[in-house]
Design a protein around this ligand. Structure first.
Ligand SMILES: *[C@@H]1O[C@H](CO)[C@@H](O)[C@H](O)[C@H]1NC(C)=O
Ligand SMILES: *[C@@H]1O[C@H](CO)[C@@H](O)[C@H](O)[C@H]1NC(C)=O
Ligand SMILES: *[C@@H]1O[C@H](CO)[C@@H](O)[C@H](O)[C@H]1NC(C)=O
Ligand SMILES: *[C@@H]1O[C@H](CO)[C@@H](O)[C@H](O)[C@H]1NC(C)=O
Ligand SMILES: *[C@@H]1O[C@H](CO)[C@@H](O)[C@H](O)[C@H]1NC(C)=O
Ligand SMILES: *[C@@H]1O[C@H](CO)[C@@H](O)[C@H](O)[C@H]1NC(C)=O
Length: 418
């Protein structure tokens, strides 16, 4: 943990020199200036990588190899999960297979695992990121059931039969979530390797559980939750950036006040991108882009509604809506190698033209060696012949044409950075 100690000294000496109120950001911390990110006072434009599976690796050499590959391809920011929660009933299996876990739920309060199969794995990922000049975005929980997330808070605290949205409204759940947030923030708050904290991956009114009547357009339940949680994180950590982790849905009424019939625009998903970005402690916006899973009617013969065009419009809308703060296209993907090859250059080109940082979903790695290169983590997520998990969206180096789109974009971004 040497890097932590070094940065503690930096932070302390900085506070001493500048005083708390006028404190300047210490070296290596990412900041914003208008719609741009900055690092040490210079522009910081980047291509990032999504990899939720990095902290699940059991081999340190595989972690190092993945970061070497990211660095060689020009990746400057990694986004990964700062959560990994299991049910008590999964514990015996986890101990047998070596599954990474940070929280165990077997009552209305989770128990922390900060040991070698727990947060020490995340420590190693963050430390190795630093050694490869890569910053890390950490999400505190998941809207979805994957790797724990909000449904465990709902099931264990509010109890079976509740809707997903009580995650945002039940005070006992908020307290429990904040206890976890504080654990993670306190652990890394002095590290310049943290790019930003992310409140939850893809907040929606519904999760794997359905939504209830308190989370509908107009209740602003998620916006209020974003405000409370971002203020809470800021009270713990004055320096790091904070963001939502949202998909970027809008809540737009047309001229007559009626709602558009599309849950990317009518607030029914739960977010209000414009309002959320105005919150004092939301430092930048995020949005995701998955037209194939969001719309059934794309690209049919004769249709004027293509995945490619929808994505270009979505990128424009978020660039236009950023009201003086940066935004990141922090997840996007299309199934099919041909789709990727044809559409990604257009999306990526448009994102870069509008000065939007990009983080494709998801980074693919070949040649991983642990367990002989074949290892099931959880669900259907597995290493197969040394390849990292593939949900159809992973981009591996052997997909040369697609890989090079991002490598080239990273060079463009580097040329715009200080
Ligand atoms: C966790 O365990 C509880 C109680 O055994 C169960 O009701 C719940 O469905 C489980 N949740 C998940 C996400 O596995
Ligand atoms: C979870 O709680 C149940 C019931 O109290 C108990 O039988 C079981 O051993 C506990 N499991 C763990 C992993 O603590
Ligand atoms: C605007 O509202 C009207 C009346 O409800 C509706 O018919 C129309 O589709 C809406 N337009 C858009 C763009 O949502
Ligand atoms: C598709 O065509 C319809 C009807 O002509 C038009 O209203 C709509 O804006 C078009 N959509 C796109 C994405 O071009
Ligand atoms: C490519 O995208 C289209 C829709 O945009 C989809 O119908 C098709 O199945 C995709 N190709 C593959 C191989 O997934
Ligand atoms: C790249 O590697 C993956 C994972 O091993 C494999 O499934 C795929 O067929 C390879 N693709 C090419 C183009 O060689």
């Amino acid at each position: 943990m040497r890097y932590l100690l070094a940065s503690v000294v930096l932070v302390l000496s900085n506070l001493w020199l500048h005083g708390v109120s006028g404190s300047k950001t210490p070296p290596g911390f990412v900041t914003t200036s208008g719609t741009k990110f900055e690092l040490d006072g210079k522009p910081f434009a980047f291509v990032g990588a999504n990899s939720y599976w990095l902290p699940l690796l059991t081999s340190k050499e595989d972690v190092r190899a993945t970061f070497r590959e990211m660095q060689a391809s020009g990746v400057k920011v990694l986004r990964t999960w700062g959560f990994n929660a299991i049910n008590g009933s999964e514990l015996a299996g986890a101990l047998e297979t070596g599954l990474t876990y940070y929280q165990v739920w077997n009552s209305s309060e989770w128990v922390l695992n900060d040991g070698p199969q727990g947060l020490e794995r995340l420590d190693f990922v963050i430390q190795t990121a630093a050694e490869h000049d890569i910053k890390v975005i950490l999400a505190f929980t998941n809207n979805w059931v994957g790797y724990g997330g909000s449904e465990l808070y709902v099931n264990w605290i509010a109890g079976a039969g509740n809707t997903h949205d009580v995650f945002y409204s039940d005070r006992r759940i908020v307290t429990s979530y904040q206890r976890y947030v504080k654990t993670i923030v306190d652990r890394y708050k002095n590290s310049p390797t943290i790019f930003a904290w992310e409140l939850v991956n893809e907040a929606r009114c519904l999760g794997d559980l359905p939504n209830g009547p308190n989370c509908v357009p107009g209740t602003e339940l998620i916006s209020k939750w974003y405000k409370e949680q971002s203020d809470f994180v800021r009270s713990l950590d004055p320096l790091h950036l904070i963001t939502t982790g949202g998909e970027g849905q809008f809540f737009w009424r047309n001229a007559t006040g009626a709602l558009a019939n599309d849950n990317n625009f009518n607030g029914a998903a739960g977010e209000d991108f414009d309002l959320d970005l105005t919150l004092e402690n939301i430092d930048f916006g995020t949005y995701h882009l998955y037209p194939q899973s969001w719309y059934a009617n794309l690209d049919f013969p004769g249709s004027n509604f293509s995945a490619k065009q929808w994505g270009l419009d979505w990128i424009s809308l978020h660039a236009e809506s950023r009201v003086g703060k940066p935004v990141i296209l922090e997840e996007f993907g299309l199934l099919g190698l041909d789709n990727k090859t044809v559409v990604y250059p257009e999306w990526v080109g448009h994102a870069l033209n509008t000065h939007t940082a990009i983080m494709p979903w998801q980074f693919g790695m070949l040649g991983l060696k642990e367990h002989g290169g074949n290892h099931l983590f959880k669900y259907a997520d597995a290493l197969i012949n040394g390849a990292s998990p593939n949900d159809g969206l992973a981009i591996y180096e052997n997909q040369t044409e697609v890989w090079n789109i991002f490598k080239h974009a990273a060079q463009v971004q580097a040329s715009r950075s200080g």
